[in-house]
Ligand binder design. Structure first.
Ligand code: HEM
Length: 181
């Protein structure tokens, strides 16, 4: 997402460079707290391309959901990817707009129209137990890469991905890394 949206990548780099003035500046618990645009990029990427495109629950009692009678023992699938990629729930859903996750005026008119449609880590008592560690690892890697490289996409086509239980890239992966002086 950042490789094909260079202006968003630049904005992220500006945020990172404020905190890490040199390529070797340490990333600490303290200074990594103040990276709203990084968090926003992470959330927006998982909106467009969630690693788990759906999530399921088996009902333990008879329920009525949105007017439908659901008997106990039914498998109910939440289409995480489909819900997060429609304008019904996310304005301008086809665009990579990290701004929609910022807690300032930039998110006006871009926020989710329903609080439950964004669930890349699931929801409730069985929510992903590794969420924090995954965020920490991905954000640490992203900070280091974006601080030190301009990343672009040199593929002839967009990155393709296939989805079984987990979404994964398929086809050529053609990132280009150019060191930042
Ligand atoms: C970006 C990375 C990850 C994503 C998007 C992700 C997503 C998810 C989702 C959607 C669920 C199902 C939650 C639900 O049913 O409501 C889940 C469950 C789980 N995840 Fe992750 N996960 C990630 C990384 C990790 C990591 C790094 C670990 C381990 C360190 C982990 C451990 C688990 C476990 C143990 C469960 C089962 C929790 C339970 O059923 O009580 N995940 N994850």
């Amino acid at each position: 997402m950042l490789a094909i949206n260079p202006e968003k990548q630049l904005r992220l780099r500006e945020e990172i460079c404020e905190i890490l003035p040199s390529p070797w500046s340490p990333l600490t618990t303290e200074n990594s707290k103040n990276m709203p645009y990084l968090r926003a990029c992470f959330k927006e990427s998982l909106r467009i391309m969630p690693i788990t495109p759906g999530n399921m629950r088996t009902t333990v009692k008879d329920l009525v959901l949105s007017g439908y009678q659901i008997p106990a023992g039914s498998n109910v699938l939440m289409g995480v990817m489909a819900l997060a990629n429609t304008d019904k729930y996310f304005p301008k859903s086809r665009q990579f707009l990290p701004e929609r996750w910022l807690k300032n005026d930039e998110s006006a008119g871009l926020k989710a129209r329903n609080a439950f449609v964004y669930a890349p880590f699931g929801t409730g008592p069985r929510t992903c137990i590794g969420k924090r560690i995954a965020e920490m690892e991905i954000e640490t890697l992203l900070v280091r890469l974006i601080r030190n490289y301009h990343i672009s996409w040199s593929g002839k086509e967009e990155l393709k991905y296939e989805s079984n239980i987990i979404t994964k890239p398929c086809g050529e992966i053609k990132f280009k890394f150019e060191p930042i002086r």
